[in-house]
Design a protein around this ligand. Structure first.
Ligand SMILES: *Cc1c(COP(=O)(O)O)cnc(C)c1O
Length: 389
């Protein structure tokens, strides 16, 4: 089976992790700050906080931005559930903005219209989570303008997007958002096994997230509400969590970061190969914004079912049967039973639902060979062909 995504672990990664394993610190040592600095310097962020997952990063990002009961968080329905769940963790309500049928990211026009209505209804969002689906950046300038006009905060869920660029600057630099989040799950662009990061330009937000990452405990006298009892003193000043990344993970992250640009370049080369080889088939290949560089986490095709005499499911199953580890990113979040029980219904976000009827993610990872990719192309051709049915 050719998987849809796969990590690249080399000897130098193994050695970096082994070295930490034999060192004094397995956690809370020098590797985490080293990894944070490597990422912050690469993408041009002032602060970077490594945590144990992007989900944790989204949670503390929402808390640091003050999200709570009675507030609204908006995001795209075409994302991993974590982009929305972070709102529910904080006791807030979640709503969605339908996608742009060309980019599959949340549509800025739909956002503008929904904000206008929300202002009239007195239910403007406190936070918008902008998801850079497949690595393609959202229209951050448009989102930023709306954020200023309506007074909401912006989190970039850049779980798919480390190493990509928006208007020639690395994603995560925070020019148009308050906090950006990366994921280092093995299928993502670089990996720390599990792991994530929150990045921000704002000193106060960084301080708040640092506390929340580690139990709400500080040893910094200026953050304490009461004078220290003595040199041993630490104080809990907030209700935090243990969302820390280990030293092993951070060392792996440092090693992986040295290959970030190579990974993104190889992913783009493979994506362009798919584009040409699939061009004649009854499907839509991913549209790319000329203004940005996608990290190409996923390569999603949309079937033209009017020209294929098979169902979406038949094509998907045919690919799996041919040994191609296709997947579907994502089931619209509002259609999950958990979200339906909150009141969402089929028909709420028609563009997202239409996407779900047609989308298939093809294998894409930096160590995929041209030969493997050609195998995928042959399988796709056969799966969508009329004769094979
Ligand atoms: C993978 C992913 C997450 C969650 O990342 P974890 O590190 O697994 O917690 C969140 N949002 C999106 C869009 C993702 O793809």
């Amino acid at each position: 089976m050719i998987p849809y995504g796969r990590q690249d672990i080399r000897q130098e990664d193994v050695e970096a992790v082994l070295e930490v394993l034999q060192s004094d610190f397995l956690t809370q040592g020098p590797q985490v700050p080293r990894f944070e600095q490597a990422v912050a310097e690469k993408v041009g962020a002032r602060h970077a906080l490594a945590v144990n997952s992007a989900t944790s990063a989204l949670h503390i990002a929402c808390l640091a931005l003050g999200l709570g009961e009675g507030d609204w968080l908006w995001t795209s329905p075409i994302t991993f559930v974590a982009s929305a769940n972070c709102g529910l963790y904080c006791g807030a309500k979640v709503d969605f903005v339908d996608i742009d049928p060309r980019t599959y990211n949340l549509c800025p026009q739909a956002l503008a219209a929904k904000l206008e209505q929300a202002e009239r209804d007195g239910r403007l969002p406190k936070i918008l989570v902008a998801v850079h689906l497949c690595g393609q950046p959202c229209d951050m300038q448009a989102i930023h303008q709306l954020a200023q006009r309506y007074g909401f905060k912006v989190i970039e869920d850049a779980s798919h997007a480390i190493g990509g660029k928006y208007q020639s600057e690395y994603i995560g630099n925070g020019r148009y958002s308050d906090i950006s989040v990366f994921s280092f799950h093995p299928v993502k662009i670089i990996t720390t096994a599990e792991g994530g990061m929150a990045l921000t330009h704002d000193d106060a937000l960084a301080e708040r997230m640092t506390l929340l990452r580690s139990h709400g405990i500080t040893r910094e006298p200026h953050l304490m509400t009461h004078a220290p009892d003595g040199p041993w003193y630490y104080q809990q000043v907030d209700l935090g969590f243990n969302y820390r990344m280990t030293e092993l993970q951070a060392a792996l992250g440092v090693a992986q970061m040295t290959r970030l640009d190579d990974y993104v370049a190889r992913r783009n080369a493979l994506a362009e190969r798919y584009d040409t080889r699939l061009a004649e088939l009854p499907l839509t290949t991913p549209w790319q914004h000329p203004d940005s560089v996608s990290a190409r986490h996923l390569y999603v095709i949309r079937l033209d079912l009017t020209r294929i005499e098979k169902s979406h499911r038949d094509v998907f199953e045919s690919l799996r049967e041919q040994g191609i580890g296709v997947n579907l990113h994502y089931i619209p979040v509002h259609m999950q039973p958990y979200y339906r029980q909150l009141g969402f219904r089929q028909g709420d976000f028609p563009q997202a639902e239409a996407y779900y009827e047609e989308a298939i993610s093809l294998p894409l990872f930096p160590t995929m060979s041209d030969a493997q990719q050609d195998e995928v192309v042959v399988a796709v051709r056969s799966a969508v062909s009329v004769q094979a049915s």
